[in-house]
Design a protein around this ligand. Sequence first.
Ligand code: ATP
Ligand code: MG
Length: 875
Amino acid sequence: MSYTPMIHQYLAIKAQYQDAFLFFRLGDFYEMFFEDAKKASKELEIALTSRNGGKDEYIPMCGIPYHAAKQYIKVLIDKGYKIAICEQMEDPKQAKGMVRREVIQLITPGTIMEDESLQPKKNNYLAALNASSDGSYGFAMSDLTTGETRVTLITTWDGVIQEMDANDVRELVLTPDFDPTKKEELVERLNTTFSESKEDQVPDQLKSITEGIEQEKLLRPLGRLLNYLLSTQKRSLDHLQPADVYHINEYMMIDQHSRRNLELTHTNREKKTYGSLLWLLDDVKTAMGGRRLKQWIEKPLLNQKQIEKRMDAAEALKEHLLERETLRSLLGNVYDLERLVGRVSFGNVNPREVVQLKRSLEQIPEIKRTLAELGEASLSKYEQEMDPCAEVRELIAGAVVDDPPFSTADGGMIKSGYNETLDQYRDASKNGKRWIAELEAKEREETGIKSLKIGYNRVFGYYIEVSRPNLKLIPEGRYERRQTLSNAERFITPELKEKERVILEAEEKRVGLEFQLFGDVRLKIKEQSARLQKLARLVSSLDVLQSFASVSDRNGYVRPQFSKDRTLSIKNSRHPVIERVMRRGTFVANDFNMDKTCDLLMITGPNMGGKSTYMRQAALTAIMAQIGCFVPADQATLPVFDQIFTRIGAADDLVSGQSTFMVEMDEANYALSHATQNSLILLDEIGRGTSTYDGIAIAQAIVEYIHDHIAAKTFFSTHYHELTFLEEKLDRLKNIHVGAMEENGTVVFLHKVLDGQADKSYGIHVAKLAGLPDNLIDRADEILQGLEQSSPESVESTASTIQEEAEQEVAAAETVEEEPEQLALFADVKQEDTAPSLSKRERKVLHELGKIELLTMNPMDAMNKLYQLQKALKK
Ligand SMILES: Nc1ncnc2c1ncn2[C@@H]1O[C@H](COP(=O)(O)OP(=O)(O)OP(=O)(O)O)[C@@H](O)[C@H]1O
Ligand SMILES: [Mg+2]
């Protein structure tokens, strides 16, 4: 190849970082070439140019100024890309031949440390997975910004997906030979960046992180994770905390769909935090508290003792309003200790952040005092275990000025009195400057030029400036000329240059020494990482507990009790989020009464009546209780649920190419195969995605199955009134309905849950409320009446077995198809051979129609097919 040596160097380095953008440092720019350049110019919206890369070769190129790199890195990281930062490793002026260049860091979505790319209240997890031959998976994850590392063993593939989803893993490291179909599934279901690393032996210098862990199945994913971190970050990872082994069965299991459906951390439609449970419960004062709250919501507890411990503390804080307010204002002054410690270790902490660390530590003694005053046993752990890290605070207070510059480049961050040599340099430069000020006065005096001044610039150093009209006043030979401006001349004297040398030397030494001293301070803080991290953990948990207390107090929540006999009994229960966004006092509270003789509730009632709301509020109440928060009710007794399953209509998964009905059945199947009698199941209008009779049949079979084989607490809403007869058949099933009234032809929703079944659907009333055209509504009424008259059986059927239903379906199919055109059409099909009236083309279309497999098609494809068929007919 005829490439230049530099392009050869570029290609050699790029070969090692194929799945990343290579930011290749050239002077003040990071340049990209070839495909990288084409892709980057699109993603970053920057100009694509080209460069002569050898004899005749022009190669695509684009570049970004190195000082603006952060913002471009953020854009690429947000899109899930990786970036290899390749720097010049020697001064180009001194380099013999090609400047040596090396990749100093591979920045990836799971390892980014820059604030610009991180959300304060969200962990940024990098995970690694290791498949064992027995079908289990070791799963390790780490947040490089906070140093937390956790590892667990997961026995099922579903569990892996759930764990990835629950923790919102940003990047996953796999072995290069990981099962490709499984990887494909992960790519489809999760929004994660994938990386590879072969190495899975825990590196020697990071052994402390895995201390005490002996299981090979846990060590391997940890080894893979740590090797990946070392090879990409190429620097100290001392702030990584010892890995915490956890068991996924210590936490309530909520599958990926149910998490979405219940809108735990973001809403379904808009993907916003606003309107989610996280939003509701977030009254934390620190970023760390925000992350902890999210972790708790994502992992509700199962151990009642642990839950009660959190509740005791939240209750104590709820009862003591004054102290809580004091704590809140103190916490408000605490910065992100965890991430600050991470940056200290990582080496990219700036002087301002070090001062933030000090300010945060200054709050701790006061927080401890307030907790001590509270005198509550439930909070004494926090009071006793919080270590104010006084040495760190004093170290920073003694060394760093209170309002330091952002960058260390020009010094100015170290306090005077901290280091004697530094003080001497400062004096030297100060004295020099004073001498210069005196010189200016002296020269004015002696030359009589009042406007004479001494200035400084980086190129010429110190100079004496005299304006043009005054030049004649300068005695011959007094100054040496240096520079001519349009209206002035600049001069120097040997004395001035000598002083300049002294000043600049002192300045340079000062800046260098300040940098070094700041580095020492950083290292001393780094030695205390573990203590600071422990403190951060306590502060963040305390912050979440005070948030629970504040939110519970403000919204009138009560402390729930836990039942041992699976009783679910809630008085005046409300949907916590809807209640908050509605006008105060307008949400209608409802009760739940499910003792051990009742496992299933069949909920009927009009559209918009509040069925879905009622079901969801049960699930949200259970989750709130199990994370240790109070609940929206006047009185609440709940079982500790091991899992929650939902099938709720809203999240139809069109994007992933699955049909509505398929998603429904998938989710139902998942619930039926995983639920235990300690689970909570919400099935919202299951079976409505297919024909009425198929739907009813499947729904009934599911209800019976849950009743007979699982006995989980189950809420089942439906518009199939036919199903309410099941109350007679299944003794642990109860009918309830949401009330509605008809008033002057419109429906009034009471939102009150009542015993028994609903009498009417009001579907058309609701359609009217939605503003459909009047004549359309009239027509619907007409059709409804027709249907009710023509087949009273099918509308008010009290079918009792699936068998009967199936038979009826056949019968019904025949009655429904009474439309004259349809009859004619089908008649024609039957007499295909003998009917000359049907053209060849028409027969072909019919044949095509018969072949379509509707169940495997998505709605868009079905529409397209229909369109084609119709077009074929019209030809
Ligand atoms: N208890 C309540 N108090 C006040 N308003 C409520 C209550 N429950 C529900 N609503 C309001 O009614 C609206 C409809 O509720 P929901 O979606 O639960 O009805 P639904 O019975 O499930 O309807 P559909 O059968 O169409 O799914 C909600 O968005 C909410 O604004
Ligand atoms: Mg609904």
